[in-house]
Design a protein around this ligand. Structure first.
Ligand SMILES: [Zn+2]
Length: 374
């Protein structure tokens, strides 16, 4: 390839389908207009990383009541829109592929919305319509709990064994409106129901391959083949605990301790000496585990390409939603390292561009085109 890695990365539409950055707006009052030293994503580091489209996840915990989750979703949307409006030189809001491409042409990043966990729509199709109007362009049907739409992959006890009767109507209405169905986090049975009931291609916005790292959040080879056959894409997650089984085996127990000591730390107003020491120790222990690298991440891309070709895979970092990252991908400013690794492995320019973003944009364009045709 004669083109430099940097040039290729700059030319490509680079799309990241999953960042939890709105949480930092709500919980840390982060200023996304200045280069941050905490977290993984802000408008400055997005530009440095050559990322053109960042999907901000409107995430609500499954522990909230329906009204609390609707309120929380509206708050995260409002905070993000305010942050975008405060930085018109850097980013703009996009709700269509065309708008995203226009923003890139003007040297600005595009922020798009996905909703992670469908709880905020409650049992009300009118709320689904309203969230569409507010710009939501994919919905991760559930998070870590079964909800009114479908079962999650996390709990052992399943409520619906797939999509609920209401969930089937939600999928049909999402197809009709032009919202992508996201099968990350949902149970395997829910995935196969999406395959059965979604008339439009759908996506996994932040999942890895189960064949390389056995975890229910990752997809089996059969699921990846079925998803691709239906025209969809799997966007590879950067979470070390999903990329590497070796890492995960050491990580999960320590992660529980980390979470507990972090809660105590926050409660103590960060002043209680005992709480600070316990939290710092938990943090230190997690950092001691050998992290996977950008090469291990690209192994997941290779695996999908071996199964179904280079037209059905992309990137869904989960930045700002994960405690640790792979070596070489410490935050969004380092995204070019993926392009570098893809080029080193001999991917063609077209394949690299497709993986970096065009595959996802193809699905979203298809979903837009199919709206109101059912
Ligand atoms: Zn997630």
């Amino acid at each position: 390839m004669t083109k430099s890695v940097h040039q290729l990365h700059k030319e490509a539409m680079v799309v990241d389908t999953h960042c939890d950055t709105p949480l930092r707006l709500a919980d840390e009052h982060a200023d996304l207009g200045v280069r941050g030293t905490e977290g993984h994503n802000d408008f400055v580091r997005m530009k440095e990383g050559g990322v053109d489209v960042s999907f901000y996840a409107i995430y609500t915990s499954g522990k909230l009541t329906p009204d609390e989750s609707t309120r929380r979703a509206l708050q995260l949307i409002a905070l993000t829109r305010d942050a975008i409006d405060a930085n018109p030189d850097k980013v703009g809001f996009a709700s269509t592929v065309r708008q995203a491409r226009e923003l890139k042409a003007h040297g600005r990043g595009a922020i798009m919305f996905g909703m992670e966990n469908g709880s905020p729509i409650q049992n009300d199709m009118a709320l689904l319509h309203e969230f569409y109007r507010l710009g939501i362009r994919y919905i991760t049907l559930s998070h870590a709990y079964n909800n009114q739409i479908c079962d999650s992959c996390a709990p052992k006890e399943k409520t619906w064994h797939g999509l609920s009767p209401f969930g089937k109507k939600v999928v049909a209405e999402m197809n009709q409106l032009g919202i992508m169905v996201d099968c990350s986090h949902i149970s395997d049975e829910s995935f196969y129901d999406c395959l059965k009931y979604s008339k439009a291609p759908f996506v996994a916005t932040h999942s890895c391959c189960r064949a390389l790292s056995n975890h229910p959040r990752n997809m089996t080879d059969k699921m990846i083949k079925d998803l691709a056959h239906a025209g969809g894409v799997i966007q590879i997650n950067f979470y070390p605990a999903f990329i590497s089984k070796e890492y995960a085996d050491q990580f999960w127990d320590l992660a529980d301790i980390y979470e507990d000591t972090q809660k105590a730390y926050w409660k103590s107003d960060k002043k209680g000496k005992k709480e600070v020491a316990a939290f710092r120790l938990a943090e230190k222990n997690i950092l001691k585990i050998k992290r996977p690298t950008v090469k291990d991440l690209v192994d997941h891309i290779d695996h999908v390409v071996d199964l179904v070709g280079a037209d059905h895979v992309g990137l869904g970092s989960d930045f700002d939603g994960i405690e640790t990252t792979p070596v070489g991908l410490e935050d969004i400013s380092k995204m070019e390292n993926i392009t570098k690794e893809l080029v080193a492995r001999g991917y063609t320019e077209t394949d690299v561009k497709n993986i970096l973003g065009e595959n996802l944009l193809r699905v979203l364009t298809r979903v837009e085109d199919l709206a109101y045709t059912f």
